[in-house]
Design a protein around this ligand. Structure first.
Ligand SMILES: C[S@@+](CC[C@H](N)C(=O)[O-])C[C@H]1O[C@@H](n2cnc3c(N)ncnc32)[C@H](O)[C@@H]1O
Length: 234
């Protein structure tokens, strides 16, 4: 998979994409990530990317021309990909959305700043708008880091054999069960006996029950009104 990110602050993102699972996936050629400075696609001496909003109002708006130039020139290099505009007004990111984007061959991620981008970018350049949650960030870069991380870890072979997305929260619309490691007792708080029992069948059943109970109490919305969770048992 190839991921291009267009931003006026490439260094803000670079560090987030150079460690751990993403670094390993890049090193192994599982994902090819490129950061692009939007200012490289301007045509004036000051490398201007913003201007005053028509109709007045606070702040500045990102001009359309550099965005179109950037995406169109990236698209000349092969697969047009899917252009994702990060905006608090977009579809709220969740695991099904990430799973869908993870199957794309190429994503071109657009990070806004200031008061956002000219509406024509949204209407005529972006294939899709994505929000990482109902709050407003100063820029799209943290949102891009979140999106890229979530998409990369779903790529085949991105996770090591000891890591798995299968039992993670949101797979099967359930939260994950509680996790413990050594020591078996810490400050008087004991690990549940069943996890120390060596009875794998009992551990599996306990974990499944915990998943269902956790999801019921913390995120009943994931279960939906009529969902019989026992039917999703593998
Ligand atoms: C200050 S925000 C602009 C918010 C815009 N004025 C509005 O009210 O919708 C600047 C940029 O940060 C990014 N951003 C802010 N919040 C975001 C979120 N929840 N999800 C994704 N991107 C976000 C977008 O790229 C946006 O263009």
């Amino acid at each position: 998979m190839r991921i291009d990110v267009v931003t006026i602050f490439p260094p803000l993102l670079a560090g987030a994409l150079e460690h751990s699972i993403i670094k390993r996936a890049r090193d192994q050629g599982i994902v090819d990530i490129h950061l692009h400075d939007l200012r490289d696609y301007t045509d004036d001496r000051h490398r201007t990317v913003d201007d005053y909003p028509y109709g007045g109002g606070p702040g500045m708006v990102m001009k359309p021309e550099p965005w179109f130039r950037a995406v169109e020139s990236l698209r000349v290099q092969g697969n047009p990909g899917r252009a994702i505009l990060l905006t608090p007004q977009g579809k709220r990111m969740n695991q099904p959305l990430v799973q869908r984007l993870a199957t794309e061959d190429r994503l071109i991620i657009l990070c806004g700043r200031y008061e956002g981008v000219d509406e024509r970018v949204r209407e005529h350049l972006a294939d899709e708008e994505v929000s990482i949650g109902d709050y407003v960030l100063s820029g799209g870069e943290p949102a891009a880091a979140v999106l890229v991380d979530a998409v990369v870890r779903l790529q085949p072979r991105a996770l090591g054999s000891s890591e798995s997305t299968i039992e993670e929260s949101f797979s099967e619309n359930l939260l994950e069960y509680p996790q413990y490691t050594r020591p078996p007792e810490f400050r008087g708080w004991r690990v549940p006996d069943i996890l120390l029992s060596g009875d794998h069948g009992a551990v599996d059943r306990w974990r499944r029950d915990q998943q269902i109970e956790r999801t019921r109490t913390r995120r009943p919305d994931l279960l939906g009104p009529d969902q019989d969770v026992s039917e999703t048992t593998s």
